[in-house]
Write a protein that binds this ligand. Sequence first.
Ligand code: C5P
Length: 294
Amino acid sequence: MPAERTITCRAFAKINLDLRVTGVRPDGYHELRTTFQSIALEDTLVFAHIPGPFRIDCDDPACPADRSNLVWRAAEQLWRAARRRGAPRDVTVRIVKKIPMQAGLGGGSSDAAAAIRALAALWGIKLTPERRLRLAAGLGADVPYFLAGGTVLGTDRGDRLSLLPDLPRAWAVVVVPGFGVSTKDAFGWWDRDARDGQDGPRRRRRPRFAVRGEANDLQKVVARRHPIVATLVAALKREGAYQASLSGSGSAVFGLFRRKRDADRAVAAVTGRRRKIFVARTLRRRECRRLAAN
Ligand code: C5P
């Protein structure tokens, strides 16, 4: 008998306060040094014990409901960890999607981390923290971060984590242009530009929260293909953001403000056709954990 029959989780988005590409690994992945930060923009996942094949049911038709969804792969991994045979079954996951996809906000990875937590509880699987982290890292480089939440430094592929003190409360204006960027493509552009001498991998150390230049090394390569990215970052800075950049590999850009009313005021400067805009506060780690399961 499962301990609980329905579990509801919130899966929060992240932004990358900074992101340095510090090298390329033999497996083709890039070595990073990045600061993740949770924000109050979330998907909601409801895990229900419903007899029959495992199912994903998402309100956004663009969200995959098959094995290409990391939630599905998380379910397979946990099913295996529980030493059960065959394919996972008897659970339907309803996903209410608010985090835009291919935006660099970690929606798919956050959903996967929520699935690890919820399905372990639903199926009564006890995982050591190390095993949970390994399982998460096997799903994607960003997934381990979402098991922690808050302000976290990620190195290696972004999956070696050091918890940092919470960022002082800020308001993020997140602008998602009318197109997405695949992470694989963005790193491919990075490689190509490095090869062509446009922007070689940078070994020089810069302050963690860069004041000048771009806080995110991928911003230049993405903006070269999508110039609107640089335009939006500049507009947010003009509106008084104390920091603004691309998030992850994009396409979303964000600007940080100390006061909500300044964030709200900045929205008019970045509004545009087919763009999505969110004003979301940053979340402390404890808040993130408390709200995730409520
Ligand atoms: O790990 P994840 O599936 O999220 O990564 C998607 C793709 O992004 C990888 O296949 C890889 O091409 C690229 N990537 C990378 N270096 C990282 C993270 C991702 O090259 N640190």
